[in-house]
Ligand binder design. Structure first.
Ligand SMILES: Nc1ncnc2c1ncn2[C@@H]1O[C@H](COP(=O)(O)OP(=O)(O)OP(=O)(O)O)[C@@H](O)[C@H]1O
Length: 614
């Protein structure tokens, strides 16, 4: 095999492998058929404004359409009477009336557009607010099933795609129907033969407009999807640039990006070519209409059936045909997209939180922190047990360490205690209250959680600590930071507590982020504290700091710690050893060591590791 062929085969294989590596799922369905249920649900959002704004819009709409329809008749009158008889006053009067009609039309359109935009923006605001607040309350199960990108797209792009429909679409549809019907009636009234001859072009224009518009719109949507894929890939490559460079995968990433870029370029060209074909096709159809008018119109003038003024008026009406037909086509394709978008939006809005609140749920009173797990069972997916028959009784103020191999069910216990998921069997109670009988907010406000992957929001350090309790004063924030030994590193930052950190806190070290999250939890002052210890090795000094901070944080609280550090495990009041969702062993450090079971093995392994790594 030649070197060139070998290279080609290699490239091909690499491309095949990449196909499975970068997979970005998009909503490929671009539009949907007309669906009355969706229309009803969408129009529900217009209801609050229907009484105040819609009547104004309707009046403006009728005034605008009427004035537009009258102008060609005035032109006909001016030509056939004022001009023919040399009546300067009548001509002046015609021009004056025409000018007045234009001014009225301009004012009516300006106000109509202003009000339709207002209503459209409000509806979009309400819809986006509704969707976002609903998503915020959805359970973990919902987020488990969906990539963040697909959720983002619904709140941004899909809601945006309804914007046109609400701002101009519905009103324009009515205006266009009124205008088109008005023109057809006038044409038939003034001369039905000539009227009919010209109206033949309407269906032709309409078919071209709707069919071609839908095609063009689809082509642009494909471009949008391709661009979204490029964005997703870019995002992944930027987030993972360190790993990419460490594994020297730059070439592969570039190759994949080039493929996407080429694809995007091809679809852009296609959409652009289709777009350009639209104008000429419509112009030719319009020209056919004019040809019919002048040929047949000239004949009718010769036979004395119509005047020259009427021919000019008809020619003006043909000019007015195009605008509504064009917009109806636009509206039709907008409607199809809106159907698909609204279906996806309502699919989320209809999603019920899996963890619901009972109708008669009561607020959990201030708790001491006694916790009881009775025969708790849990499955993330039907048939796959994540926890089996967990029985556990914790006294207020005790610290419980959860240990076990990866996937043994430690996080699941915590997820259930916070009611991020509901048990599928058995029950969990706090101070004797079944957690399914109390309101979720009253439960979670008394349970603090410090996750291993500490989330830092964009804002200042102070804002991030205040997240624990929004009404905390600056003094309370500093006191919390001091208590968990975070104060020293914070004051050494360029702007101290006012230092801006970005999302995920990239400027902070792992240990610093943990201390910040301790301060946040301390400020919230929950009776029950859950802590997922960071596994990353940190230097001894920080480790000591964290241990001291932990002592402050845990004092007097019931705590559950997913423990990785030996120091934490050893000091816990009670240790649960989990395996495949079962409690295999439990007791304190000494008891479990003497038992010489799984725990003993884990501790031995950790000692060996610490010894080997120095
Ligand atoms: N969101 C989820 N959907 C489906 N299955 C899940 C989900 N989260 C966890 N699991 C499964 O449930 C089991 C227990 O997982 P869990 O996260 O509780 O383990 P863990 O002991 O906390 O592990 P680790 O120490 O690695 O964090 C595992 O088999 C895991 O694959």
């Amino acid at each position: 095999m030649s070197a060139h062929k070998a290279k080609q085969a290699g490239d091909q294989q690499a491309a095949e492998e990449l196909k499975t590596r970068f997979v970005y799922q998009d909503d490929e369905e671009l539009d949907k058929g007309f669906d009355m249920v969706q229309v009803k649900r969408l129009s529900h959002y217009m209801k609050p404004y229907a009484r105040q704004i819609i009547p104004i819009i309707l009046i403006m709409m009728v005034v605008g359409a009427m004035t537009k329809l009258l102008n060609p008749l005035l032109i006909a009158y001016a030509i056939d009477h004022a001009l023919k008889n040399g009546d300067k006053n009548a001509l002046l009067l015609c021009v004056g009336v025409m000018l007045t009609l234009y001014i009225i039309q301009w004012a009516a359109n300006t106000y109509r557009i202003r009000y339709t935009n207002m209503i459209g923006q409000r509806v979009i605001y309400d819809l986006r607010h509704h969707l976002f607040s609903h998503i915020q309350r959805l359970s973990f199960r919902f987020f488990d099933k969906r990539p963040a990108g697909s959720i983002l797209v619904r709140v941004t792009n899909y809601v945006n795609s309804l914007q046109d429909l609400f701002t101009n679409g519905v009103v324009n549809l009515m205006i266009d129907c009124v205008q088109l019907a008005g023109i057809i009636v006038i044409l038939l009234l003034y001369n039905w033969k000539l009227g009919l001859a010209i109206i033949i072009t309407v269906p032709i224009m309409f078919v071209i407009s709707t069919k071609l518009r839908v095609k063009i719109r689809r082509a642009w949507q494909v471009v949008q999807i391709r661009t979204a894929r490029i964005n997703a890939h870019l995002n992944e490559c930027i987030q993972g640039v360190k790993v990419t460079q460490a594994f020297t995968q730059e070439k592969e990433n570039i190759a994949f990006f080039d493929e996407m870029n080429k694809d995007n370029h091809y679809h852009w060209n296609r959409a652009s070519t289709l777009n350009q074909s639209f104008g000429p096709i419509i112009e030719v159809t319009g020209a056919v209409g004019y040809c019919i008018l002048f040929w047949f119109g000239a004949h009718l003038i010769q036979t004395g059936e119509i005047s020259i003024g009427l021919l000019v008026a008809f020619a003006t009406y043909i000019g007015h045909f195009w605008e509504p037909i064009n917009r109806l086509g636009q509206m039709y394709s907008q409607m199809l997209i809106a159907m698909a978008s609204s279906e996806r939006i309502f699919e989320f809005i209809d999603e019920k939180p899996n963890v619901g609140e009972k109708e008669d749920a009561v607020d959990l009173p201030n708790i001491r922190g006694d916790i009881e797990f009775k025969q708790v069972e849990f499955e993330y997916e039907p048939g796959r047990h994540a926890l089996n028959q967990i029985d556990l009784s914790v006294k207020a103020g005790q610290s419980i360490a959860l240990v076990g191999h990866t996937g043994s069910g430690k996080s699941t216990i915590i997820n259930l205690l916070c009611r991020f998921y509901d048990v599928t069997g058995g029950s969990i109670s706090i101070d004797g209250h079944d957690i399914r009988d109390v309101t979720i907010s009253s439960l979670r406000s008394q349970v603090g959680i410090v996750l291993q992957d500490t989330f830092i929001f964009s804002g200042t350090i102070r804002d991030n600590i205040r997240f624990g309790r929004l009404d905390a004063t600056d003094e309370e924030i500093e006191a919390a930071a001091k208590a968990v030994r975070a104060h020293d590193f914070i004051v050494n930052l360029p702007q101290g507590y006012d230092t801006e950190v970005q999302e995920r806190g990239n400027v902070l070290s792992m240990g610093q982020r943990q201390l910040l999250s301790f301060a946040r939890a301390l400020l919230a002052d929950p009776r029950i504290l859950i802590l997922d210890e960071a596994t990353a090795s940190i230097d001894t000094e920080t480790e000591l700091k964290i241990q001291e901070a932990l002592k402050t944080l845990l004092a007097g609280r019931t705590s559950f710690i997913i423990a990785h550090r030996l120091s934490t495990i050893r000091h816990a009041d009670h240790i649960l050893v989990l395996d495949h969702g079962h409690i295999m062993e439990q007791g304190n450090h000494q008891q479990l060591l003497e038992h010489k079971g799984i725990y003993h093995g884990l501790i031995q392994a950790q000692y060996r590791f610490l010894k080997e790594t120095g």
